[in-house]
Design a protein around this ligand. Structure first.
Ligand SMILES: Cc1cc2nc3c(=O)[nH]c(=O)nc-3n(C[C@H](O)[C@H](O)[C@H](O)COP(=O)(O)OP(=O)(O)OC[C@H]3O[C@@H](n4cnc5c(N)ncnc54)[C@H](O)[C@@H]3O)c2cc1C
Length: 579
């Protein structure tokens, strides 16, 4: 039996596990990833990669690769509602007028929200990892069958598809093993929330260009007497999924390829269109949150701790942000730069975000259903049986009035970029929280917030402020009169043995802001500074100079690294396990 020892083991090579593996590799942490399937996903489930996830992908070097295989921006411009592709159009929500990024998108992030199907996202992540990682880091066809914790470490047993078995001892485990998480079950972690119905997702190829008629829609919601559901445009041409609900009286095996072809033809509105079925995936719409995100040295991430309805496209995105929050903390603890208590802030920071996204996705689904626009959520016969033809005009008019009210379901920069943490490692500065609005992102550098994006010039290079944030350490941004802060940062980080960088934005030899008053955006005077964590969230802010910047920064870093958190009474790693 093979035995191995690593610092971190990741269970699951979905988008969340693969992102965790990238972040671990970036920080040089010895790691291993186990995936029970022989390869990445064949069925394209998730597809919306929001701007925040694209920023994280930018940091790990795969933003361009994801962009290359995404739906072109010009075809990711609206959400259509219709009786069938060939039938009457009921309404549209334009998310990008004229197929161009909105001014809000362009000013708030260096990265654009994209639609990249999961069967493309995962190979991009996998191939980039395989290029740079030791050969046996990624173990496809390896299922974790046992987990136990002892002596501040986790022991995993695996079985490979060729029946080989092995054991890994890891200091920490990231369980990104999906909605039916084996690890969550094995550790006895319960879930709150419930299921919202059962669905079928059909992945198929068909040339539907005749019916697209220059309509650049990402989603096509369909309502007619034979089917209600939603088409997801994967490449804007021939790759599609169609998702629809089915009732308790039916079973997944009722949905044969022939029946699915008929359903899709009804949704297209053409009985002779060629439909080449690739896969049929039954799935369950869930809105649940795990009772705990961590037990001892095991951390749940992604769908394992918050499976949520796809209404809003938040599942993969929320999970990617989970591991972005977690991995730098693990690295600081492993290197001895931070105490174990730093890891106890993962759950307090990520649970509110996971819970909010679960609730908001559920609200989106329920609001659609209440408005008669249930679509893939359920078949509302009151609508679907009366919506077609001249006699359906009144129903279509009523629904048309409801469509604009669904905007926050499809357009939500505030929900993603406005995430702000309140925790024991955020040093409050007495300013009130910025209220979170779904559709509008309000940039803020209040401690806890994602540090805002500003375009900067360094020499002849244009970069985002986000490009200054190095995942391996803290970054200090000071105003042009903030030399005492940058000097203090150098002194304190040397004394504490920390990696990091400090910039006097706008001063000679330092990055210079373009077109924007960055001090106003960051809430600083020219003598102030912010301390940004490796994950790009503000840890601390001083609006102006102080008499002892060394003492102020040292205290801020001690808080941000968890030195001021009281140690828990129970020994870490003492609980949980299947053997
Ligand atoms: C119709 C639909 C549309 C969606 N649209 C979006 C969207 O637009 N945007 C978005 O962000 N999300 C979307 N989602 C949700 C998204 O698909 C999930 O949130 C995402 O896949 C979760 O990623 P994950 O890595 O946490 O889990 P998963 O992708 O489920 O990956 C978990 C992996 O763990 C592996 N595994 C499980 N147990 C073990 C074990 N014991 N040993 C080894 N490996 C194991 C599994 O094989 C799997 O590969 C959508 C979902 C659906 C169904």
């Amino acid at each position: 039996m093979e035995r191995k020892k690593v610092d971190v083991a990741v269970i699951g090579a979905g988008p969340v596990g693969l992102t965790a593996a990238h972040l671990l590799r970036k920080l040089g942490i010895s790691s291993i990833v186990f995936e029970r399937n022989p390869s990445t996903s064949f069925h394209p489930r998730g597809h919306v990669v929001n701007a925040r996830t694209m920023e994280i992908f930018r940091q790990i070097g795969v933003e361009a690769g994801i962009g290359d295989v995404s739906l072109p921006i010009r075809q990711h411009a609206g959400i259509g509602f219709m009786t069938s592709l060939a039938g009457e159009e009921i309404g549209v929500i334009w998310t990008r007028q004229g197929g161009k990024p909105t001014p809000q998108e362009l000013s708030s992030s260096p990265s654009l929200k994209r639609s990249c199907p999961q069967d493309e996202v995962e190979p991009v992540l996998r191939e980039a990892l395989e290029r740079d990682s030791p050969a046996d880091t990624l173990r496809f066809g390896h299922e974790i069958t046992q987990i136990s914790q002892q002596d501040d470490a986790v022991r995993l047993r695996w079985t490979a598809t060729d029946n080989r078995e092995g054991e890994v001892k890891a200091r920490f485990v990231i369980a990104a093993d999906g909605a039916r998480s084996f690890v969550r079950e094995a550790l006895g972690i319960g879930m709150s929330g419930g299921s919202m119905g059962q669905q079928i997702g059909v992945y198929f190829k068909a040339d539907l260009s005749h019916w697209l008629r220059e309509r650049p829609y990402l989603l096509w919601w369909i309502y007619n007497a034979r089917t209600t559901g939603v088409f997801i445009s994967l490449d804007g041409r021939t790759r599609w999924t169609y998702n629809f609900a089915y009732g308790q009286e039916e079973s997944r095996s009722d949905f044969t390829p022939e029946r699915c072809q008929d359903i899709i033809r009804a949704a297209v509105g053409a009985d002779d269109v060629e439909i080449d079925i690739q896969s049929i995936m039954p799935w369950r719409m869930q809105a649940r949150v795990a009772d705990r995100f961590e037990v001892g040295n095991v951390f749940l991430a992604g769908d394992a701790c918050h499976p949520l309805p796809p209404t809003g496209g938040q599942g993969m995105n929320t999970g990617v942000a989970d591991v972005h929050n977690l991995v730098w903390k693990i690295a600081q603890v492993l290197s001895g730069s931070a105490p174990r208590e730093l890891l106890s802030t993962y759950e307090p920071e990520r649970r509110p975000v996971g819970t909010f996204n679960v609730e908001q996705s559920k609200r989106n689904a329920e609001k659609m259903a209440r408005s008669g626009l249930a679509g893939m959520l359920a078949n509302d016969e009151n609508v679907s049986s009366k919506i077609e033809g001249p006699e359906g005009g009144a129903v279509r008019e009523r629904l048309a009035l409801e469509i604009p009210k669904q905007r926050e379901h499809f357009d939500y920069p505030g929900q993603n970029l406005g995430v702000a943490y309140e925790s024991a490692i955020i040093v409050g500065d007495g300013t009130p929280p910025v209220p979170l609005t779904i559709e509008t992102y309000t940039p803020s550098a209040r401690p806890g917030s994602r540090a805002p994006h500003v375009w900067l010039m360094q020499g002849d290079r244009t970069m985002s402020s986000l490009d200054l944030f190095d995942y391996s350490g803290f970054t200090l941004l000071a105003g042009q009169d903030g030399r005492p802060w940058t000097d203090a940062f150098a002194a304190v980080s040397t004394r504490m043995g920390l990696r990091g960088a400090a910039y006097q934005i706008g001063a000679p030899g330092h990055p210079t802001p373009q077109d924007v008053d960055w001090l106003e955006l960051y809430g600083l005077s020219a003598s102030g500074a912010v301390l940004v964590r490796p994950d790009g969230h503000v840890a601390w802010r001083s609006r102006a100079a102080v008499s002892d910047p060394v003492a102020a920064l040292e205290e801020a870093l001690r808080v941000a690294l968890g030195f001021t958190i009281q140690p828990a009474t129970a020994a870490p790693g003492a609980s949980g396990g299947t053997d």
